[in-house]
Write a protein that binds this ligand. Structure first.
Ligand code: 13P
Ligand code: SF4
Length: 363
């Protein structure tokens, strides 16, 4: 492991480009009557600096719904986030992305055709009620699927409440696509590993589901390749080097990591926990590198470490660059709408039902 010193940033990144921030700021100013910019915590500093609202998936979805009097939302994040904003605003707003090809590898792990095959097999094998729940990191088609079958959506910030809502209704939960968020939430709700069933989709035999009848939570086998890299050994290493450290990790991490950490939560919770901690606190954070780097810069009175130096980047989040934001805003000033994210109404209708139910359940 690299030896660590307070205040040293080991992550290779270029200095913040203040000129670009000023240019984007003045473009935004000229569009201010009709445009709002939303950005996820994993975006680069230049984009975060010009965003009106920065948050986790839950906060950004709630804020999108609350927007009044702005025609355009520029959503700097990944595709499922912009899609969710389009669905939740029922196309009253025009949602644009710096780069609409910026996807989420985890969301891509649940393919709607495979999910429908497995769902049919589950219906054939199981008499009990099954409630489908999808993590917001999923395509609009998957959200529409859960909406059509009486299910809902969750985020890393409200998965516990959504599980409670399901458990109060009885039956099983079919959880997509992040096995680790599903596992971490179920175990937090005092279920045991015996209550979990991991579905591995086998195109040769999609109906092979032995053992599924006794489980309470049926987990799709998706994962985030960024968060999956953290290990329990990383937690032990950082505790050895910094005995006073407190470890907070995102619930997309493996259960062994979450169980050895002091706390877990969404990116917004991680930010707030660090913000509210005492001067001199030492934190090791298991999430994407941009957020950890920003916390290091914004809270110089605290020691903030990557759980594993030098941190892991989400490559697709970096596809939204300041230059692409500049391009979209410049075109908009000329009256050209580019990079729109729009979900076709036949999918949006059921996806809205699922997303809106989540907001009704958890606020
Ligand atoms: P948050 O909703 O916690 O920001 O998580 C989104 C995400 O994609 C984390 O990898
Ligand atoms: Fe998707 Fe993982 Fe990137 Fe989050 S960090 S957007 S889950 S690939």
């Amino acid at each position: 492991m690299i030896p660590l010193e307070k205040g040293v940033d080991y992550f290779t990144q270029s200095p913040v480009n203040q000129t670009m921030i000023d240019i984007l700021g003045s473009l935004k100013e000229r569009l201010s009557t009709e445009l709002i910019v939303l950005a996820h915590h994993y975006q680069c500093d230049e984009i975060v600096a010009v965003a009106d609202i920065v948050g986790d998936s839950l906060k950004l979805a709630q804020e999108a719904v609350a927007i009044k009097n702005k025609k355009y939302i520029l959503f700097a994040g990944v595709h499922f986030m912009a899609e969710s904003a389009d669905i939740l605003t029922e196309s009253r707003r025009v949602v644009l992305m710096p780069d609409p090809h910026a996807g989420c590898a985890l969301a891509d792990m649940a393919d709607i055709r495979e999910v429908e095959l497995v769902w049919q097999a589950l219906q054939d094998h199981i008499q009990e009620k099954i409630i489908p729940v999808t993590y917001i990191n999923s395509s609009a088609a998957i959200k529409a699927f859960v909406g059509k079958h009486g299910g809902t959506v969750c985020t890393s910030g409200n998965a516990g409440k959504i599980f409670e809502w399901c458990l109060n209704q009885g039956g099983k939960i079919f959880f997509l696509p992040d096995r680790y968020l599903g596992e971490n939430t179920a175990l937090e709700k005092r279920m045991s590993s015996k209550d979990l069933f991991h579905i591995t989709f086998n195109p040769k035999n999609p109906f092979f589901l032995d053992g599924v009848t006794t489980a309470k939570v049926l987990l799709w086998d998706g994962y985030c390749s960024v968060h999956r890299q953290f290990t329990a050994q990383d937690v032990r290493n950082i505790r050895r080097l910094f005995p006073e450290v407190r470890v907070i990790v995102h619930p997309e991490c493996r259960h062994e990591v979450v169980s050895e950490a002091d706390d877990t939560g969404s990116t917004e919770k991680i930010l707030k926990t660090v913000q509210e901690s005492k001067t001199g606190s030492v934190w090791a954070i298991g999430t994407e590198a941009h957020l950890v780097n920003r916390l290091q810069k914004n809270f110089p009175d605290k020691t903030i470490l990557h759980l594993k130096e030098p941190g892991y980047q989400c490559i697709t989040m970096t596809e939204s660059t300041p230059e692409k934001v500049h391009h979209v805003l410049s075109e908009l000033l000329k009256g050209h709408i580019i990079n729109r994210v729009h979900v076709e109404p036949s999918i949006a209708k059921d996806a809205y039902r699922a997303l809106n139910k989540m907001l009704e359940i958890t606020g």
